[in-house]
Design a binder for this molecule. Structure first.
Ligand SMILES: Nc1ncnc2c1ncn2[C@@H]1O[C@H](COP(=O)(O)OP(=O)(O)OP(=O)(O)O)[C@@H](O)[C@H]1O
Length: 608
């Protein structure tokens, strides 16, 4: 197995395989069809679309079954008796029925497709609504790529099933049943023989059909490999060119394309065999049945009109059966997709409001306390990230958290923002346990500047109102001025400046200053700053430092500090090691102690 084949297998298992836009996503299927019924509320919930769709479906099936009856009338009443007016009238009726059928079928198509799109849009929104409310614990056990796949690929499968396959399935299942009943009534002997003959003809087709399906999947997999290969290289085009890897990468892509071609050649071979056997099987079958039917007519057990009617049912029945087989495959895949979406919909967020939430005191002063907190991440429950951690911060105090990598500094922030709850002990704000209030009210007390200052596409003002939707333009400008971001934004379009997806139109330092302004505009009693470790030039660093300084004015501030300058400005320094407080004090006293802090200070906090 080559390296990229292995990667494709991993991707397929994780459901993140890239597909051509026309093809439906390849997602694991279910072995059961029962999950399909979970779609019922989404479908039946929209009665204005659902009932017309169902009625039109039934009417369409009824009229399709009626058409052969008209044909029998033409043959038996007109053709057999040489009755020209009867033939003409018969065909007028025939055309009338065809017009009605066209109208019903078109309307059915419209309503069924609409129903699929409606249900998919509702389902997609529900899944996203759930995803955005799920807690960090959920995401640490599910790859975020997989969550996105469920939102897009799985819902697309369901959408396509509801919009077309489900309708094909119902229509063909009903038509086939109706046609079989009519055929039995017309001539049960002929129908009996057909029951034996048709499966015999179809067995080879099914065998080859299964092979074609497998080979088609193989071709798609190989194409996905090639596409994966290409996008990986193109996403890192500068790196590829900088290391002079263009030729190697191009030749790897060529190889992937070649493998896809070889798989496609195999599929074409099987398809050729299949179409040959379909043509042969179908026409010999038709000839055999026609021969038998003519014997019935000659023996006087059937009229010519009944023969024509029978033939029409038989033909529609065979095609309906073929389609059912295809749709069955789609149903299995959809069933798997529904299972994965329902997993999300049935998920309960770990972090939720208590039954009777209390309110925080008003106003919140910002006194923060960790009371003997122990915590381990759900994905690594054996290891404690925090271990009997105690911390008492007075309102308005500025505390710097320092410590070696993995000491638990970010974990302190995650518990403060209540992304997780502690396993033991309590996190308190103004004496109130985080678990006693709603997560929304709790989090509203914090301004947060993460190390990776994530911004969103949209204007500077949009990004600022992300933290506080009611903020006036003046509030926003003041926050931007305080964080030293207004000056450079003015050289763009001020509040209307487009920041680009993830703020890509800004430099690293500018992004950080906008992120600090965003936290400031919230005007929350507690500020959480995770100082960026990324190297900034001296001027940018000075600007970010003064922004951070102002961010901590008049409010409780916890800063995960990586720079000596930040630490010196703090009222108190907490040195963390292995999930607990190892040392505590101000810069001078800690340096004198000659412990972890002294060592970090010596290294100027680099690498922490
Ligand atoms: N999502 C997670 N799942 C499992 N373990 C985690 C998770 N996040 C962090 N940890 C572990 O918890 C411990 C504390 O991590 P934390 O991120 O709080 O350290 P830190 O002091 O902020 O480190 P750094 O300075 O490198 O950011 C580490 O051992 C880390 O491996």
């Amino acid at each position: 197995m080559t390296e990229h084949q292995t990667q494709a297998d991993i991707d397929r298992k994780a459901g993140t395989q890239k597909r051509g836009s026309a093809a439906l996503p390849d997602r694991p299927r279910s072995k059961k069809l029962r999950p399909l019924f979970q779609l019922w509320p989404y479908v039946a919930g929209r009665g204005v679309i659902f009932w017309p769709a169902l009625l039109l479906l039934l009417a369409g099936v009824g009229i399709t079954l009626y058409l052969p009856v008209v044909l029998r009338g033409i043959v038996d009443n007109g053709l057999a008796n040489n009755d020209i007016p009867a033939i003409n009238n018969g065909f007028k009726t025939f055309i009338g029925v065809v017009i009605l059928m066209t109208l019903i079928t078109s309307a059915r198509f419209y309503f069924m497709s609409l129903l699929g799109e409606r249900a998919a849009a509702d389902l997609r929104s529900d899944v996203y609504q759930k995803l955005i409310n799920l807690s960090s614990g959920y995401y640490s056990s599910l790859r975020s790529g997989e969550a996105v796949s469920r939102l897009t690929a799985d819902v697309t499968l369901i959408e396509s099933f509801l919009g077309s396959s489900a309708s094909i399935f119902l229509r063909n299942a009903l038509s086939l049943t109706g046609a079989l009943i009519m055929m039995f009534i017309l001539n049960w002997r002929l129908t009996g023989v057909m029951f034996i003959a048709v499966p015999l003809i179809m067995i080879p087709m099914f065998v080859i059909g299964t092979r074609v399906r497998k080979l088609s999947t193989a071709v798609q997999d190989r194409i996905a490999d090639a596409a994966g290969e290409a996008s990986e290289s193109l996403e890192a085009i500068e790196l590829v060119q900088a290391y002079g890897q263009e030729a190697t990468r191009a030749s790897r892509f060529r190889q992937a394309c070649e493998t896809a071609f070889i798989a496609a050649r195999r599929r074409i071979g099987a398809q050729t065999l299949m179409s040959g056997s379909i043509i042969f099987g179908l026409f010999t079958g038709i000839a055999f049945m026609a021969w038998l039917a003519i014997q019935e007519v000659l023996a006087g057990r059937m009229t010519s009109g009944e023969l024509a009617q029978f033939a029409m049912y038989a033909l529609s029945g065979v095609s309906g059966f073929g389609m059912l087989a295809d749709v069955f495959n789609a149903a299995m895949r959809t069933s798997g997709a529904i299972q994965r979406c329902s997993e999300i919909l049935n998920e309960d967020p770990d972090i939720r409001a208590p039954e009777k939430p209390l309110n925080l005191p008003s106003p919140v002063t910002g006194a923060v306390r960790f009371d003997n907190v122990s915590f381990s991440y759900p994905t690594d429950s054996q290891r404690s990230a925090l271990n009997g951690f105690d911390l008492n911060i007075k309102a308005g105090e500025t505390v710097a958290l320092v410590g070696p990598s993995g000491a638990g500094k970010s974990t302190v922030f995650r518990l403060l923002l209540r992304f997780y709850d502690p396993n033991a002990g309590a996190v308190l704000l103004d004496g109130m346990d985080a678990r006693a209030v709603t997560p929304q009210e709790w989090r509203a007390q914090f301004g947060y500047v993460p190390q990776e200052a994530a911004l969103f596409s949209g204007s500077a003002a949009d990004n600022m109102r992300f933290a506080f939707p009611e903020a006036s333009d003046e509030d926003i400008i003041n926050a931007l001025k305080a964080s030293e971001a207004w000056q450079f934004l003015q050289t763009k379009q001020g509040l209307d400046a487009e920041l680009g997806g993830r703020g890509k139109n800004l430099s690293g330092g500018e992004r950080q200053r906008v992120a600090i302004a965003r936290a400031l505009v919230r005007n929350a009693p507690v500020m959480l700053l995770d100082e960026a470790t990324s190297a900034l030039d001296a001027e940018n660093e000075r600007l970010v430092q003064s922004a951070l300084d102002r961010a901590s004015d008049d409010r409780t501030t916890l800063v995960i500090a990586h720079r000596l300058a930040t630490v010196r400005r703090a009222d108190r320094i907490i040195v963390m090691d292995q999930g607990s407080v190892a040392e505590e004090g101000d810069h001078e006293s800690l340096v004198k102690q000659g412990g972890i802090y002294a060592h970090l200070a010596e290294l100027q906090f680099s690498g922490t």
